[in-house]
Design a protein around this ligand. Structure first.
Ligand code: MF3
Ligand code: CO
Length: 236
């Protein structure tokens, strides 16, 4: 899992260098796919339930599962890049949201708060805690900054499958759900909206957008719970 996750981190490191005004999301997808294939790994999302690409590219009010297209990125956009890799029998999965050139103060705050809420969730992912301790920390972090957390999508266990038990909501009361144990591997992935938490799905059947068209950000890491803490496997 560490090897698969390392490739995920490297892909995000490569494609983020190319995020700038004028670039299309299809260009980013092509770069990601060729990098993954060059490592003798497989893009985990391509073909998953019919998803057509190696990266999910979700721009501005798009929350997750945006499909790469010929639309050019513009100065002031934010773009979420979500990558999964299958390598030697195991999966890794991570996402970041990046600014395209200069962005508004509000967008900057949304990105930093969403990343901080992922970090808060990761810190709660320790043996002995309960699953919903992760959820509660994420929600607390995002809502105390005036933002909302998406309800319709969740983080997940990950390993020999992309999606394993347990589901990890990004909201909830602490102290509930299964107890966390050393050796568990989790994909923790808060999606945070600047406006209301409600999302709708576009006609392509994939792209989730905010119902009120407010901006949305998404950060994700694959994390292994260790004896006395956790290791972030998708950190570059
Ligand atoms: N990180 C997302 C997830 O955990 C991305 C999946 S996209 C899909 O489910 F195309 F594979 F569905
Ligand atoms: Co995921």
């Amino acid at each position: 899992m560490a090897e698969a996750s390392r490739i995920v981190a490297e892909v995000l490191g490569e494609i983020r260098k190319n995020v700038s005004p004028g670039v299309t999301t299809i260009d980013l997808d092509a770069l990601a796919e060729s990098y993954i294939v060059s490592k003798k790994a497989k893009p985990a999302f391509k073909g998953y339930k019919g998803y057509p690409a190696s990266v999910c590219t979700s721009v501005n009010e798009q929350v997750v599962h945006g499909i790469p297209s010929k639309t050019k990125l513009e100065e002031g956009d934010i773009i979420s890049l979500d990558v999964g890799v299958f390598h030697k029998g195991f999966y890794g999965d991570a996402a970041v949201t990046l600014p395209v050139g200069r962005i508004s103060k509000k967008a900057e705050k949304l990105l930093s708060v969403t990343e901080a809420s992922l970090q808060a969730g990761i810190e709660a992912a320790v043996a002995g805690n309960r699953l919903s301790d992760i959820s509660a920390r994420i929600q607390q972090c995002a809502e105390s900054a005036g933002f909302s957390v998406v309800r319709n999508f969740v983080g997940h266990g990950i390993g020999r499958s992309l999606h394993e038990e347990p589901q990890i909501p990004n909201f909830g009361k602490p102290g509930e759900g299964p107890r966390l144990k050393e050796g568990m591997t989790l994909a923790i992935e808060p999606m945070v909206n600047a406006g209301s938490w409600e999302v709708i799905i576009e006609n392509d059947g994939w792209t989730a957008i905010t119902k009120d068209r407010s901006l949305s950000a998404h950060f994700e890491h694959t994390v292994a719970i260790t004896k006395d803490g956790q290791t972030v496997l998708t950190k570059l």
